[in-house]
Write a new protein. Structure first.
Ligand SMILES: [Fe+2]
Ligand SMILES: [Fe+2]
Length: 176
């Protein structure tokens, strides 16, 4: 599963668990953004620990009711943390877009970036509202798929462009 390039969330989480760092492909070079992405991948690793086998269990029927309730409680707690963190992270990136003037100069790119943030947040919200005790494992898989898309597409496209913009304008200020 762990090859040269990171093409799935499992790879990213695996790399995180082993090295305690982001895989190089996901490093944007912007300190705050990378710090927050590291936190996020750590949170996903914790989320996965909620279920004994989140990849194989079809639903939660195999587990005792008390276990289902315990999993539901843990997932609700973690989901709450992840959701709050995601909103905060998106707000920070959007502030960087404004402060660096990227939003003025490259409006379309920033709008597409913010639209993707809104879409990801809405989908996490959907998963939160679809929680029920007997299908906890399915929600974990849903979240995994969603965050996987985020790691693969969003960071490598939108966040990279933003970080590159900031690096370029910092260089101009330094040398201009
Ligand atoms: Fe972003
Ligand atoms: Fe991000």
């Amino acid at each position: 599963m762990r090859g040269g390039s990171v093409d799935s969330l499992s790879d990213a989480v695996g790399h995180w668990l082993e090295a305690g760092a982001l895989p190089p492909e996901l490093v944007t070079g912007h300190k705050l953004i990378d710090f927050e992405h590291r936190f996020l991948i750590g949170a996903i690793a914790n989320l996965r620990k909620v279920c004994g086998d989140y990849l194989s269990f079809k639903d939660c029927a195999e587990c005792a009711k008390s276990m289902q309730e315990r999993c539901e409680g843990s997932l609700i707690g973690l989901l709450g943390d992840v959701f709050a963190f995601i909103l905060d992270h998106f707000k920070n990136e959007e502030a960087i877009m404004r402060d660096s003037l990227m939003q003025v100069v490259d409006r379309d790119v920033c709008e597409a970036h913010m639209e993707d943030h809104a879409e990801i947040a809405a989908k996490v919200q959907e998963i939160v509202s679809a929680l029920d005790t007997s299908h906890i494992v399915s929600r974990i898989r849903d979240l995994d798929a969603l965050l996987s898309r985020w790691v693969n597409n969003h960071i490598s496209l939108h966040d990279m462009l933003l970080a590159r913009w900031v690096a370029r304008s910092d260089a101009l200020i330094d040398h201009g």
